[in-house]
Write a protein that binds this ligand. Structure first.
Ligand code: NAD
Length: 330
C-alpha cells in the first residue's frame, strides 16, 4: 500500500513537471510542442489523482494556477481583480453536472445562461478613464499581467476613446483572424522562419512584440466579453453588460445568445458544433455564463476558475485542419 502510494505520488509529480514544461512552451515561448487535447488529457488525469489523493495536494500545482507568466520586457501590472481561467467540460452530461452545482445557489435548475463563442486568442484587460484608453494588460499569471498598451493601441477595433466619457474596466480576447494567420505563416515560410502553431500562439506572439509597428501590420482583432468595474446596479446580467460594452464602442460578438433554459443551451451547442468551421476566426469551444449577476458572489471561484461560468470545449481538430490546409505535408 505504501509502495503504491509512493508510486502515485511519483506519477503526480511527473504530471506536474510535464504540464509545467508544456505551459512554459505555450504561454512564455508561444510555441507549443503538443496538441491542446494532449495537454487537456494530462491535466484531467492530474486533477483526478489530486482529487483521489488529497494528501498530495499542492497550491503550486498547475491544476491550481492560471497558466502564463510575465515577461521582463514589459512593465508589470497588478490586476484590479484576478484574471481567471475557465473550468472545462467536454459533453452534455458534464454541463448538467455544472448546472446542478449552480442550482444549489440559484434554487432552480432552469437557469438562463449567456452563450458565447470561446475565441482562441489571449485575454486582455482594458482600463479607460474619462472614456480614454489608459492601460491594456495581458492576463499573465492571473494576478499580475504585462502592460501591452502601446501594442493594443494599434488594434483598430479597440477604441482609444469611448462614446461616453466614463471610467470603465473591461476584459476580452485579442485574436488573429484565420486569413491573417495563414498569410503570416506563408510569409514566415518564405523567409525560412519558424511557423506559428496556430492562430492563438500567433496572436500571443504578436501582442508581446517589442516593436508596435510589427503588431500594427498583423491586423489583430478583438471581442470584449466581461464588464469588470465600476459597479453599475443597472448592469445586472451578462446580456446587459455586453450591450453596454457594445454601446460604448467595443466590439462584441454578434453570435452571443441568451439561452433561457437548458434546451436553448443544447441548441446553441448543436448549432456551433457545425458552424464553428465556417467562422473566420478560430474557436475552441463555447462559454456559458450564468446570466444573472446576483448569484456570482455566492457561487464564487476557485483559485483558477469562476463557478458561475464554464467552457464547453470542442475536440482540438480545427488547428490541425488549418495547418494541413496551408501545408498539406504537415
Ligand atoms: P482556456 O483557454 O481553456 O479558457 C480560459 C480562457 O478562455 C480565458 O482566459 C479567455 O482568455 C478565453 N476566452 C475566450 N473566449 C471567452 C469568452 N467568451 N468568455 C470568457 N473567456 C473566454 O484556459 P487557459 O487557462 O487560457 O488555457 C488552458 C488551455 O490552454 C488548456 O486547456 C489547453 O487547451 C491550452 N494549453 C495548451 C498547452 C499546449 O502545450 N498545447 C499548454 C498550456 C495550455
Amino acid at each position: 500500500m505504501v509502495d503504491n502510494l509512493a508510486k502515485i505520488h511519483e506519477e503526480i509529480l511527473r504530471l506536474r513537471v510535464t504540464l509545467n514544461d508544456w505551459s512554459h512552451q505555450y504561454y512564455v515561448l508561444d510555441a507549443p510542442t503538443v496538441d491542446d487535447a494532449e495537454y487537456d488529457a494530462k491535466m484531467k488525469e492530474l486533477i483526478r489523482l489530486e482529487k483521489a489523493y488529497p494528501e498530495f495536494a499542492d497550491a503550486n500545482s498547475p491544476s491550481q494556477k492560471v497558466g502564463g507568466s510575465v515577461s521582463e520586457h514589459f512593465q508589470k501590472h497588478i490586476h484590479s481583480s484576478p484574471m481567471l481561467s475557465l473550468g472545462d467540460i467536454f459533453n452534455w452530461e458534464e454541463f448538467l453536472d455544472f448546472n446542478k452545482q449552480v442550482t444549489k445557489i440559484t434554487g432552480t435548475s432552469e437557469n438562463a445562461y449567456y452563450g458565447e463563442l470561446k475565441i482562441d486568442g489571449l485575454s486582455i484587460s482594458l482600463t479607460y478613464k474619462n472614456g480614454q484608453l489608459v492601460t491594456a494588460t495581458t492576463r499573465g499569471d492571473g494576478l499580475v499581467g504585462e502592460d501591452v498598451t502601446t501594442n493594443v493601441r494599434t488594434i483598430k477595433t479597440i477604441p482609444l476613446q469611448l462614446k461616453e466619457p466614463v471610467d470603465v474596466e473591461t476584459r476580452g480576447e485579442i485574436y488573429l483572424p484565420i486569413a491573417e494567420f495563414e498569410h503570416l505563416n506563408e510569409e514566415r515560410l518564405i523567409k525560412g522562419e519558424t511557423l506559428f502553431a496556430n492562430p492563438r500562439n500567433a496572436a500571443a506572439g504578436t501582442l508581446r512584440q517589442l516593436d508596435s509597428k510589427i503588431v500594427a501590420g498583423r491586423h489583430l482583432n478583438s471581442f470584449l466579453y466581461y464588464y469588470i468595474q465600476p459597479p453599475r446596479p443597472k448592469i445586472n446580467t451578462q446580456e446587459k453588460a455586453i450591450r453596454y460594452l457594445n454601446n460604448l464602442g467595443f466590439r462584441t460578438n454578434p453570435e452571443n445568445r441568451l439561452c433561457r433554459n437548458l434546451d436553448d443551451v443544447k441548441a446553441f451547442i448543436e448549432d456551433f458544433e457545425t458552424r464553428r468551421h465556417n467562422l473566420d476566426y478560430q474557436i475552441d469551444g463555447l462559454v456559458f455564463k450564468l446570466n444573472d449577476f446576483q448569484y456570482y458572489e455566492k457561487l464564487g471561484a476557485t483559485a483558477k476558475t469562476p463557478r458561475w461560468a464554464i467552457a464547453y470545449k470542442f475536440p482540438a481538430e480545427v488547428k490541425e485542419t488549418i495547418l494541413r490546409r496551408i501545408f498539406p505535408s504537415v
